[in-house]
Design a protein around this ligand. Structure first.
Ligand code: 39S
Ligand code: ZN
Length: 764
């Protein structure tokens, strides 16, 4: 009999209980016991929810206080020495210090790096490898969680991140040429002990995640897989080797030849691989990820059932497991909480809780026990979504049909534009600006919450925002920022705020998804053709501009980022949806220009994370992504200056596309790498203007004027002075005013000091 399995459940809780508890603990307002109690309560609640849904195979160990890769770092004791941990033991405070850095009792240790989990908006802590690093079992959390579930009457399937992906997702520090895979022989004994202990506790199966099997792998990595699984398969537990986010492709023979008992594949992203995998399955249990773990649409149950029946005929129903494509970590928790949502839209959706029901319905139907009503309701919803008049907008489609190369071109080339812009803007050398947001204080969030709950009037909320905006403009004038911003106090999130205002987009009340650690986002979803109803940002940009003679920069989220950080419709190519968003952004850009805004920033922090996981698919993506950005920017006159901003980015391998965006100015994160990131721009002879960040906003530290001058000098060593802007690394929304004020004052002073030196040397 085929079984229904889950691969992982969202951790934060329906009311974001985990976020609140963890943040309270960090503030010292909650004891560690109370934090761990909340965590346990959530684990039990989620396990029981899965059990009551009828799921046969329930994961344990998928819960984490911060991040599952960090949990693996703790498990194997890969704790960098700067945290001063005792070997074999990772305390709660060491764990959080790795995640967030720590400044107390006179110590000051930086956090570990964080980066995107494959092509999702989830961020993981990057394992750090250094020469001579030794591994020892240092956290028994995965064993304890299994035992905890067992005591509650649930024999779970523990989840661990596999050793090869763990190494491939990490980064080597110190010596050049150090290879993460060289640590495999030292690492495997720790994995063996974990599996032994789990086996001893009664775990018959273990889910071992190896998502790197869907990437382009080196020969060494392929060898590492063989070495690792030859060893781990002898321990006693049956291993469910779990892959997701793409097709195995050239790694299919490798994956199916490994001596494991089970293989999970993603048949949502890569349906075409199912038959191939079944043909090479060698008697393994095959787990078919057929319910989309990363999107919010209802599964077409009849279609899915057909595919499962086909698989069962070809292979064997006993050896098939029905599962979500990946962990449900990436979906919101429960659609039932969306009490305000339009009924028709709601009928098209399934969140994590509903996805479990789908898996169980499919299992039962495969056994000949088809829940007729559930299937016919599903069929009706799927059919309604296909023909609903709300999806198609003739005007949008007519505009899309008329798109041509001309729409991606500014009137003149950069050299001509920049002359006109310099004359019009009359800015000093090394102009200072910020990325756009100022601190989103508790006060601001509380006012917005009150407004949304109807506890204060729109007028009161507006007046509050006007005051906050006025204060921040005045203050920027006082400290002499050349290009001030309005501060974005009116925005809850840089994607959700726009999603709320666009046709074809809808948003949720409680659809929180973990982004990193305790931080969550509420991605809006795109169900239909996208267009702009009304100007979205003109009111606040124009208000801010009315307060000052300086050019106030307008800020928009770019089309690629709007796409990447939303749940996207699956009934047309992503490129089509992206271009529709681009046209809506273009309308906003033109309206901002009309309203007297002369500098407009179109943020694209997600451009790089949208890159397909396989190199062969990059070119196609980059072509439409760059076109979309250009469509959004190209509606303005030469005199209007277009900026863009990117964070967390490595640029070397996409620098051509960055240049193709043809933004007049780009600001990037460089302070942590001490301007190393600039190398790509220098080697490429990037022609346009650049604002290399001089203030690391991901840390509460306040940088000194001399530190920032030093960074500016490094930039001046390799770029022309007329090319350089002075700004922080990223928006300031997550920081506090106590840090932002002195840091920006020092930044302006640093720019002025460097400016004087340049002018002196030019006069001489
Ligand atoms: N993806 C998106 N969509 N947006 C991003 O900015 C980023 N940045 C990167 C990459 N991906 C992104 C990730 N970085 C937060 C910060 C940085 C992130 C991601 C998230 C973040 O601060 N999230 C906030 C959080 O987890 C929520 C932001 C938000 O939507 O706390 N806030 C809402 C608002 O401001 C709701 C705030 C809220 O919690 O309106 N309100 C309380 C409630 O509803 C009440 C507030 C109160 O009374 O204090 O219960
Ligand atoms: Zn940024």
């Amino acid at each position: 009999m085929a079984l229904a399995a889950n691969l992982g459940f969202p951790r934060v809780g329906a009311a974001r209980e985990l976020k609140k508890a963890v943040e309270a603990y960090w503030k010292g307002a909650l004891s560690s016991t109370a934090l761990l109690d909340t965590a346990k309560e959530l684990r039990m609640r989620h396990m029981n929810l899965q059990k009551n849904a009828g799921v046969d195979i329930i994961p344990s160990g998928d819960f984490t206080l911060y991040d599952h890769v960090l949990d693996t770092i703790a498990m194997v004791g890969a704790v960098p020495t700067r945290y001063g941990a005792v070997a074999g033991d990772v305390s709660l405070d060491t764990y959080f210090a790795m995640a967030r850095g720590s400044q107390k009792d006179g110590t000051d240790v930086v956090a570990m790096e964080m980066t995107k989990w494959f092509d999702t908006n989830y961020h993981y802590i990057v394992p750090e490898f250094r020469k001579g690093m030794k591994f020892t079992l240092s956290s028994r959390k995965v064993i304890a969680d299994f035992v905890e579930a067992k005591e509650a009457g649930i024999t779970a399937r523990p989840v661990i991140l596999g050793p090869v992906s763990f190494l491939l997702l990490g980064k080597c520090y110190g010596e050049d040429g150090l290879d993460a895979l060289s640590f495999l022989p030292d690492l495997l004994p720790v994995y063996e002990s974990v599996l032994q202990e789990l086996h001893a506790q009664g775990a018959s199966w273990v889910q071992i995640d190896e998502p790197c099997l869907v990437l382009d792998l080196s020969d060494a990595a392929k060898e590492a897989y063989k070495t690792a699984y030859a060893r781990l398969s002898t321990v006693g537990c049956s291993l469910m080797l779990t892959t997701y986010f793409g097709a195995l492709k050239d790694n299919l023979a490798l994956a199916t030849s490994l001596p494991v008992e089970g293989l999970h594949i993603d048949v949502v992203r890569a349906p075409e691989q199912m038959d191939d995998v079944l043909a090479h399955a060698n008697g393994k249990v095959i787990s078919l990820g057929i319910v989309d773990g990363r999107n919010i649409w209802k599964t077409d149950l009849s279609k899915a059932l057909n595919r499962l029946e086909h698989a069962a005929e070809r292979y064997s129903a006993d050896k098939i497991i029905i599962a979500p494509s990946c962990s449900l970590l990436h979906s919101p928790i429960d659609l039932a909480l969306e009490t305000d949502m339009d009924a028709e839209l709601k009928s098209w959706l399934a969140f994590a809780t509903q996805k479990l029901d789908e898996i169980v319905l499919l299992r039962d139907a495969l056994h000949g026990n088809k829940h007729v009503i559930a299937f016919s309701n599903n069929e009706a919803a799927i059919a309604d979504r296909q023909v609903s008049i709300r999806i198609h907008d003739k005007a949008v489609q007519a505009r899309m049909a008329k798109l041509s190369a001309k729409d991606t071109e500014r009137h003149s080339a950069f050299d001509d534009r920049i002359e006109k812009q310099r004359t019009a803007l009359n800015l000093p050398l090394l102009p200072t600006t910020t990325i756009g947001s100022f601190p989103q204080t508790q006060e601001i969030r509380a006012m917005r919450a009150k407004f949304k709950k109807g506890e204060i009037t729109e007028q009161a909320y507006d007046a509050f925002l006007e005051q906050a905006t006025t204060d921040v403009i005045r203050w920027q004038e006082e400290i002499d920022i050349d290009v001030p911003v309005h501060g974005e106090f009116e925005r809850n999130d840089m994607v959700e705020y726009f999603g709320e205002q666009l046709n074809g987009y809808a948003f949720t009340q409680h659809g929180w998804v973990q982004s990193y650690g305790s931080r969550c986002v509420k991605p809006p979803f795109i169900y239909g053709d996208v267009s702009r109803k009304n100007p979205m940002t003109v009111r606040w940009s124009a208000f801010a501009q009315s307060l000052t003679k300086r050019p106030v920069k307008g800020m928009l989220t770019g089309p690629v980022t709007m796409l990447q950080w939303s749940f996207v419709r699956d009934d047309q190519p992503r490129s089509t949806t992206c271009k529709q968003i681009a046209l809506a952004v273009r309308d906003e850009v033109v309206d901002l220009e009309q309203a007297g805004i002369t500098i407009i920033q179109i943020d694209e922090p997600a451009l790089r994370e949208g890159l397909p996981l396989r190199h062969a698919d990059w070119k196609d993506y980059l072509t439409w992504a760059v076109e979309s950005f250009r469509i959004s920017a190209a509606g303005v006159q030469d005199e209007t200056q277009i900026h863009t901003h990117m964070c967390y980015s490595e640029f070397n391998d996409i620098i051509h596309s960055i240049a193709d965006l043809d933004a007049d100015v780009i600001s990037i994160e460089t302070s942590r790498s001490a301007m190393e990131l600039l190398d790509a721009f220098v080697d490429f002879k990037y022609p346009n203007e650049i604002g290399p960040g001089v203030y690391d906003i991901h840390s509460p530290r306040v940088p000194s004027q001399s530190e920032m001058e030093h960074l500016l000098q490094k930039a001046l060593d390799v770029l022309k002075p007329e090319q350089i802007w002075v700004n922080p690394d990223c928006g300031l929304k997550t920081r506090g005013w106590a840090e932002v004020r002195p840091a920006l004052e020092a930044m302006v002073a640093a720019a002025k000091a460097q400016r004087q030196q340049i002018e002196k040397s030019q006069a001489a």
